[in-house]
Ligand binder design. Sequence first.
Ligand SMILES: Cc1ncc(C[n+]2csc(CCOP(=O)(O)OP(=O)(O)O)c2C)c(N)n1
Ligand SMILES: [Mg+2]
Length: 592
Amino acid sequence: MPRMTTADVAVAILRREGVTNAFGLPGAAINPFYAAMRRDGGITHTLARHVEGASHMAEGYTRARAGNIGVCVGTSGPAGTDMITGLYSASADSIPILCITGQAPVARLHKEDFQAVDIASIARPLTKMAMTVLEPAQVPGAFQQAFHLMRSGRPGPVLIDLPFDVQMAEIDFDPDTYQPLPVYKPAATRAQIEKALDMLNQAQRPIIVAGGGIINADAADLLTEFAELTGIPVVPTLMGWGALPDDHRLMAGMAGLQTAHRYGNATVLASDFVLGIGNRWANRHTGGLATYTAGRTFVHVDIEPTQIGRVFAPDYGIVSDAGAALKLFVEVARERKSAGWLTDRTAWAQECRHRRATMQRRTHFDNVPIKPQRVYEEMNRAFGPETRYVSTIGLSQIAAAQFLHVYRPRHWINAGQAGPLGWTTPAALGACVADPDTPVVALSGDYDFQFMIEELAVGAQFNLPYIHVLVNNAYLGLIRQSQRGFDMDYCVQLSFDNVNAPEVGGYGVDHVKVAEGLGCKALRVTEPGEIGPALEEAKKLTAEHRVPVVVEVILERVTNVSMGTELDNVVEFEDLAERHEDAPTAVVALLD
Ligand SMILES: Cc1ncc(C[n+]2csc(CCOP(=O)(O)OP(=O)(O)O)c2C)c(N)n1
Ligand SMILES: [Mg+2]
């Protein structure tokens, strides 16, 4: 039996579980693990500039490709606490990442040793397992269990904390006969699917709410097939966006308080039946539950049994992996269709499509300073269906969801629930590592961009080219807008006179100089007509220099973006698009 340090064991298991990449930064307490990675030579390591950045890179890496599990590594003490936001973000959005931390030696854990913190306790509510491994011989089991848990049921993160002496201890271990544990994914029964279809068949105006569980299960094709078989319109959630292409005739728009379309909300309100698959009835999707549920029948399919009934009691709940459920939905629907038992939905689908063609928001403005809507119009023109968007939070993210187009699963990568400022840059870098052949376009407000701006250097060092559209209003825009309710504009301004950069005209930080200083390329535009050419130039620069390219768009300071507290009270600040020229990149042609 080979005898090896547990650090070598850990790396050997990572390899056998399919890990090829890690994001992190070393420190004294995790050096044995780094030494083991070096000996092994099979894990490509990306050196972050901030440990929180490493955790978000791991998340972007997981999300970009089915089957990936992002690994982030840090030392003891502050490295672990820095990654807590990453664990929160990953758990909130059901994304598996493995966080590995170094720790003080076991015998000194209770002595307030240098950088000894009980990271497992801190991480516990945010993970499926958080363990400080105190016995060297438990290391193989801890890693084996970690992968089993991350892949089973509702996916989510795990933290394994390795004391220095545990990493150095030798145990007997045979890597050749190591076997990953079987993955547990509950599956709907035929009787359950038949019952759901019976209920669906009785509805007059049904919709499918398609959640991120469909993306996690890699079941977007099955969703499309099921929608087409039954003719039922689909409302993707923010996490499910891309499961059905935006230009699909059954795409009914997103619903919600912020990241939603006018026609999406109108269609939900007009519906009488909702089949939710792999979704969690997020409050930014439902708004007030009385409005959301009134007059509607609900069937909820989710992989996690305790999610059924968490937000409201559905009329019927099914515990199932989204893919397993959709496979049966397709099978049974096909049988029923050939037997002539499926209700025809043509008229209802047309009604939804009509709403889409008549309820577009306006994007075309020629104003200087630039209105944000115009930026998304130009992005729709410049970036094709192959584009993978990455964004976090803010007016920028909300407007992006209202105006951009997404055509493929895993092509909208967004920190949906946690929304930590600063997530965008590292998540985009992780996505670049996972899938270098897909063009990545990140979108940040100026504050999100400033939060983890140092990570741009990682893109420059490791040649991770992507385009970062930075919409700069020199404001904490979303918070400024929400402060209207308090009748204030307090502590939300990012503007100042930059003594080194009078040319930024009081907008404060000179992002172009900072990005260049970090080894990236950067362009700044102030007029709407310059946006398109700048995006084309950015494509050339990414290809030529293989580094991140920032396109900063100087926006008007104050733009209010459509939002509300209920699906039926979203406040609009602009008129509807009435002519094609008002929304020239709308997917569905406007009915004039
Ligand atoms: C760590 C963290 N702190 C605070 C917030 C609350 N928050 C949400 S959006 C926002 C302002 C974002 O400003 P910016 O990135 O410039 O985007 P804008 O809304 O201006 O487009 C803040 C402070 C948050 N999401 N994350
Ligand atoms: Mg801003």
